[in-house]
Design a protein around this ligand. Structure first.
Ligand code: GUN
Length: 292
């Protein structure tokens, strides 16, 4: 078994971006600038957004964090989005999800200028991905593709089973793996809550991408020898032995599945760090595309 080491690979990617920013700025361009809107105080969201802002500093990006009350109305939030759309000093921005119940997420996502949608959540970006056109690919699937690429994982003609059909991970991931190209050209099956015979389907997989958010959902009896496993799950499970009071558990039972896998991502240190690095990469692309 070999680890698909997201921590190491994301550091490589960030070093490359830092070099790219340096040259970009030396040529007289202003620094790439990522903004993040964070609504409310959801613990995981605060952690993720802080990590994104910190990553910006590390590679030499400018960053802005816009914190808004969880009582904000949908119209007020959309007005904030429109301000960022119009702000020429900002190359890309994200609205951290989930949003409070009074706000319909898709209304907010639809308000984001697709050219600044570095999260790749706007339907225009998803449509462009499906058509194999230039697009912002959502950071988690983009990070997974980067990881498969950097480890030279063979994907052509392989059976790739994607567990979960979320708009952020499962759906775009399934499109990317089925597209004509590398990584891609896989035969893709998407499994979800209505799937019958899930263990049998997973057992026939050459590549498993698990994104269901259920700790230890994939067990060793469900996988075949030599499988490539990408674990997107990061559920917080109470653990009083940890300073934080919790530990992160993946969708895959690592200790047992890793004995059968050819390659597997650890949790933490697999997909998570790749996600942040991919967001930076998207922001760099947005900055290169700007006219001012
Ligand atoms: N919530 C969980 N993952 C993400 C992400 O990649 N982007 C945003 N904006 N919100 C998230």
């Amino acid at each position: 078994m070999r680890l698909l080491d997201g921590k190491h690979t994301s550091q490589q990617l960030r070093n490359e971006i830092r070099e790219e920013v340096k040259k970009f700025v030396e040529k007289g361009n202003r620094r790439p600038h990522l903004a993040a809107i964070l609504v409310g105080n959801n613990g995981a969201s605060v952690t993720y957004v802080n990590a994104k802002i910190k990553a910006c500093e590390e590679v030499g990006f400018a960053s802005s964090l816009i914190r808004l009350s969880d009582t904000i109305s949908q119209a007020e939030l959309i007005a904030e989005v429109e301000k960022l759309n119009a702000d020429e000093s900002i190359d890309g921005f994200i609205v951290q999800l989930p949003l409070p119940d009074q706000i319909r997420e898709h209304k907010v996502i639809m308000a984001i200028d697709p050219k600044k949608d570095v999260d790749g959540f706007h339907p225009q970006n998803l449509g462009r991905i499906a058509l194999n056109m230039h697009a912002f690919v959502p950071a988690t699937p983009a990070g997974i593709v980067e990881l498969l690429d950097r480890y030279n994982i063979e994907t052509g003609g392989k059976h790739c089973v994607v567990l979960g059909r979320s708009h952020i991970v499962g759906l775009p991931m399934s499109i990317l793996m089925s597209r004509n190209g590398y990584p891609g050209n896989s035969t893709v099956t998407i499994c979800h809550s209505h799937t019958q015979n899930l263990p049998e389907i997973v057992h026939s997989a050459d590549i498993i991408i698990a994104a269901v958010g259920r700790p230890n959902f994939v067990t060793a009896d469900m996988v075949k020898e030599g499988v490539v496993v990408v674990d997107v799950g990061i559920t917080r499970v109470v653990d009083t032995t940890k300073k934080s009071g919790y530990r992160l558990v993946g969708d895959v039972e690592f200790d047992t599945v890793s004995k059968k896998a050819a390659f597997i991502t650890p949790v933490p240190g697999g997909v998570g760090p790749m996600t942040i690095a991919s967001l930076l990469k998207n922001t760099m692309i947005a900055a290169r595309r700007r006219k001012v």
